[in-house]
Ligand binder design. Structure first.
Ligand SMILES: *[C@@H]1O[C@H](CO)[C@@H](O)[C@H](O)[C@H]1NC(C)=O
Ligand SMILES: *[C@@H]1O[C@H](CO)[C@@H](O)[C@H](O)[C@H]1NC(C)=O
Ligand SMILES: *[C@@H]1O[C@H](CO)[C@@H](O)[C@H](O)[C@H]1NC(C)=O
Ligand SMILES: *[C@@H]1O[C@H](CO)[C@@H](O)[C@H](O)[C@H]1NC(C)=O
Ligand SMILES: *[C@@H]1O[C@H](CO)[C@@H](O)[C@H](O)[C@H]1NC(C)=O
Ligand SMILES: *[C@@H]1O[C@H](CO)[C@@H](O)[C@H](O)[C@H]1NC(C)=O
Length: 333
């Protein structure tokens, strides 16, 4: 494909912009989800581990029908296919699913998908990739449930403890994970908190108390991680801090609600299903479950596996299962 953007891109690349805000629509959907391409009626997207893969419908059935989620001979209503290549042959058009993506219209029915490098945004007016700061691109301007089949789950990027589901009748519907669980956008399931790489720690309910009894000038557990806390500033006798600031204890220590300080992990309980490998340099640490018989394998300060010592106890100092009872403060029954 002849790419008129190359010249622009070279210039911009020399500036060395780096930014890593993901823009691929598949980051929101479980692996293997099929999505009707909101930009084109002639192809669909398959999610492969959070990455979009585009497939064109064959010439015998050139249209992708979002009611059957299959390629079809024709569509009953072509009105939503207005953003097509018919008037843009040999030009670039926007990708409605991603500010970073674009299509090159080879001819009226053949689109080639591409992406701006370094998360630059595509701009159809200038037919080039521009800085995010100069872009007014907004994605998700379409009904996201109209491009997937009913009951598809969608990640909530503002809260790991929530997700959405496309309900047949109600449309996009918010869901809460069960207590101690987070939503994993790749598997599309609720799993124990330690199994999710949470980028946005949810604000717990009434984190800074109530108007009757606000927490003033206090640190409180973030209820998601072992090291994390929120600082509730003193806003007055009847005003809980509406926007507490999140912080973390230093590596090798956990936050203790009662002591209002960062403490020895072996003496500190974590929130339910939180990752006890958090910020620790050990390869194996004692797990949360009461009885002190379980342990976690850690890598780069994150749990990768949970195991049990059976009837034995896990000794964190020697990193082995032992028969003599272990009684760390946090895992006593
Ligand atoms: C998914 O992506 C991986 C890595 O890029 C690739 O090796 C694999 O073949 C892809 N799977 C499918 C079904 O296309
Ligand atoms: C086709 O879809 C458009 C917009 O989605 C709608 O306004 C129009 O009434 C539909 N036409 C038919 C015949 O269903
Ligand atoms: C568009 O391009 C594709 C791929 O090169 C080709 O197979 C197809 O026949 C072309 N269609 C038209 C209408 O020219
Ligand atoms: C298919 O897409 C159109 C246009 O975006 C939308 O109006 C319609 O509701 C969708 N159909 C289904 C079954 O989602
Ligand atoms: C979801 O789980 C998979 C496999 O357990 C893991 O590789 C991936 O990082 C998880 N995704 C998130 C967002 O935590
Ligand atoms: C804390 O530990 C993590 C993982 O072991 C490491 O990547 C990070 O740089 C450490 N942070 C500090 C401040 O030492």
């Amino acid at each position: 494909m002849k790419d008129p953007m190359t010249a622009h891109l070279l210039i911009l690349l020399l500036v060395g912009l780096t930014s890593s805000i993901p823009t691929d629509i598949c980051r929101l959907f479980p692996d293997k989800t099929i999505i009707a391409d909101p930009s084109s009626c002639n192809q669909y997207i398959t999610c492969n581990n959070s990455v979009s893969q585009y497939t064109a419908c064959p010439t015998s059935t050139p249209y992708f029908d979002n009611s059957t989620m299959k390629c079809a001979k024709t569509l009953s209503n072509l009105s939503h296919c207005t953003l097509s290549c018919s008037e843009h042959v040999n030009q670039f058009i926007s990708d409605k699913t991603s500010c970073n993506g674009y299509y090159f219209c080879k001819n009226e029915t053949t689109l080639l998908h591409g992406k701006c490098p370094n998360n630059l945004h595509f701009n159809s007016e200038t037919q080039s990739c521009i800085y995010q700061s100069q872009s007014n691109c907004e994605i998700n301007s379409f009904d996201i449930c109209s491009v997937v089949k009913a009951d598809t789950k969608i990640a909530n990027e503002n809260d790991c403890g929530k997700y959405f589901i496309c309900d047949k009748k109600k449309g996009l519907t918010a869901k809460d994970c069960a207590d101690g669980k987070f939503y994993n956008s790749t598997s599309g399931s609720e799993v124990e908190k330690w199994k999710v790489n949470c980028r946005k720690i949810p604000l717990p309910k009434e984190v800074c108390g109530t108007t009757k009894n606000p927490k003033r000038n206090k640190y409180v557990s973030d209820k998601s991680t072992c090291r994390g806390y929120f600082y509730c500033a003193d806003k007055g006798s009847k005003i809980p801090d509406p926007a507490p600031v999140w912080g973390q204890c230093e590596n090798g220590t956990f936050f203790d609600d009662q002591k209002q300080s960062c403490e020895d992990p072996l003496k500190t309980k974590c929130p339910k299903n939180a990752d006890r490998c958090d910020g620790r340099s050990l390869a194996f640490v004692s797990g949360s479950r009461s009885g002190c018989r379980q342990y976690l394998r850690c890598k780069n300060g994150k749990a990768v596996e949970q195991k049990s010592c059976g009837n034995y106890f896990f000794d964190e100092f020697s990193a082995v299962c032992v028969s003599t009872p272990i009684t760390y403060g946090f895992c006593l029954a």
